[in-house]
Design a protein around this ligand. Structure first.
Ligand SMILES: CC(C)(COP(=O)(O)OP(=O)(O)OC[C@H]1O[C@@H](n2cnc3c(N)ncnc32)[C@H](O)[C@@H]1OP(=O)(O)O)[C@@H](O)C(=O)NCCC(=O)NCCS
Length: 182
């Protein structure tokens, strides 16, 4: 199984492995913002400590041998080390790579999520062991659906009652699934 690169760069961004020390900056940039987490699987953090624990775990995943653990990068503007978002991939086996991404609200609308996602989708589909790059988003998250489309993914269908977004309530919600395959 291919291992994703620990760092990568695009035209405007650099991506790197997170660390617990990033917690205050990630908290301030986006992780404490319920508008950002509206459709996500996690609620906005109200304290830095649990976020630091999450980031420590995210960093540790890069060291483990289990190829199917989620791997996350922090996204920074080129030339800075300050996180403005995150992107992640899970190599699920069976040739599949599943992606997720988030950006601080201040940086929405500049095509940056698509820039990072396109880079990783291209990486994934260049690996001999990977055939399918995909993501899903809440059916109401039209911005995210557009990001997937801009990264070359094609809408495949509606996953009914697929995903709980705790900010919106306890019930699983319908999601769109999009993929690029080779
Ligand atoms: C989803 C998200 C990562 C999109 O990132 P982005 O870099 O802002 O996306 P883009 O700039 O490519 O914009 C995508 C589309 O959103 C719309 N859009 C543009 N500006 C926008 C703004 N300020 N606010 C909301 N939507 C906007 C446009 O339709 C745009 O498509 P276009 O480029 O064809 O015009 C970002 O909105 C985000 O972090 N949301 C919260 C977390 C989340 O929902 N993640 C996805 C989970 S599946």
């Amino acid at each position: 199984m291919s291992r994703p690169p620990p760092t990568f760069a695009t035209a405007r961004l650099v991506a790197r492995i997170p660390s617990a020390e990033d917690a205050p900056a990630v908290f301030a940039a986006y992780a404490n913002d319920p508008e950002v987490t509206r459709y996500l699987a996690w609620r906005a953090y109200d304290r830095v400590e649990p976020l630091a624990a999450f980031l420590r775990e995210a960093a540790a995943n890069w060291e483990k041998r289990d190829a199917q653990l989620p791997l996350a990068w922090l996204l920074c503007h080129k030339g800075t080390n300050t996180p403005i978002g995150s992107i992640g991939v899970t190599l699920e086996g069976n040739g599949r790579a599943m992606f997720g991404y988030v950006l601080a609200k201040k940086f929405w609308g500049r095509g940056m999520a698509a820039e990072a996602l396109t880079h990783l989708v291209d990486w994934a589909l260049a690996q001999p062991s990977l055939y399918r790059a995909y993501a899903y988003c809440d059916v109401e998250n039209t911005t995210s659906a557009r990001v997937m489309e801009k990264a070359g993914m094609v809408r495949e269908g509606l996953l009914r009652r697929w995903h709980v977004a705790p900010t919106l309530g306890p019930e699983p919600r319908d999601c769109l699934v999009c993929a690029k395959v080779r």
